[in-house]
Ligand binder design. Structure first.
Ligand code: NAD
Length: 259
């Protein structure tokens, strides 16, 4: 059994993680941490939400910490967990390159494995891989990402990673254009325009539109429920013990995702 602690356990993703761990025969939920709803039981289990990660890690000797919190908490949580011998699976987004570098450093110095994935939905990972592999056939690409209106960061981590991957094989020529209102043409990530939509009713959606003379190709993925992320999270928790060092992206542990 792999012993798991969930950080951000009272949040939308954290609650889904706790349920997924409780339902998996190979995983054991041994702790749940959050700054809110402390003392409450998690998903009908006997595990109570605690506000101290140090205490939970010391008491449970967990194998893996799963972190779905806020970007400002990730580094401190990683230091606490790795010092106590745990590997880490991180889904929290909005991590700038300095934080990713810090995670690499923590993994190296602690000799514990850390996996960060901006999107744990298998379909979204496949969308990214397909976009990377076909981008070279097109002149331009634009990304529209849509999320619920509680999302803290924009553009989404998935859209940033998608733009990074597309730009490996596609360099769009600059357009002669006048932006009458700032932001009308989206944020440029590696020269790829990314448009962020935030509305109640949405979960996590992304559309990539490729353009070439006389034609467009649209590739789209929709997470309509947070359970969509759980097979990927469970896969990562089971793989992290053997995936040495710092890993970025679920595709690195998905069999056959090289495409
Ligand atoms: P949420 O606001 O519902 O939950 C975040 C929780 O973290 C809150 O309960 C908050 O109290 C808690 N928290 C903050 N700091 C903490 C700390 N230091 N220790 C413990 N708990 C702490 O947000 P959410 O919708 O659950 O999303 C959480 C993160 O996951 C966001 O960054 C979001 O963008 C990301 N996300 C990632 C994926 C993915 O597949 N990687 C999918 C969906 C959301």
């Amino acid at each position: 059994m792999i012993k798991v602690v969930a950080s951000g356990a009272a949040g939308k993703m954290g609650m889904a993680v706790c349920r997924a761990v409780l339902e998996d025969d190979d995983l054991e939920l041994v702790g749940a941490v959050d700054k809110v709803n402390t003392g409450e039981n998690v998903s009908g289990s006997s595990i109570k939400i605690d506000d101290s990660l140090e205490r939970v890690m010391d008491e449970t000797h967990a194998d893996v910490l799963v972190d779905f919190t806020i970007a400002d908490s990730v580094i401190e949580n990683a230091e606490i967990a790795t010092k106590r011998g745990a590997h880490i699976v991180i889904g929290t987004t909005g991590l700038a390159s300095d934080k990713l570098d810090a995670l690499k450093g923590i993994s190296e110095s602690s000799q514990k494995n850390i996996l960060y994935a901006p999107n744990f939905a298998i379909g979204a990972v496949l969308l990214m891989k397909v976009c990377e592999s076909i981008a070279g056939y097109f002149d331009r690409a634009e990304i529209i990402e849509k999320h619920h209106d509680q999302k803290a960061d924009a553009p989404s981590g998935t859209s940033i990673m998608t733009a990074n991957l597309i730009s490996k094989n596609l360099t769009p020529q600059p357009l002669q254009e006048i932006e009458k209102f700032k932001g009308a043409r989206g944020a440029k990530v590696d020269d790829i325009p990314v448009h962020s939509v935030r509305l109640p009713g949405l979960v996590a959606h992304q559309e990539v539109i490729f353009g070439l003379q006389g034609q467009t190709l649209t590739i789209r993925h929709d997470s309509i429920d947070r359970v969509s992320f759980m097979p990927g999270v469970v896969m990562a928790v089971k793989a992290i013990g053997k995936k040495t060092g710092f890993t970025m992206g679920l595709d690195k542990i998905m069999p056959g995702a090289g495409i």
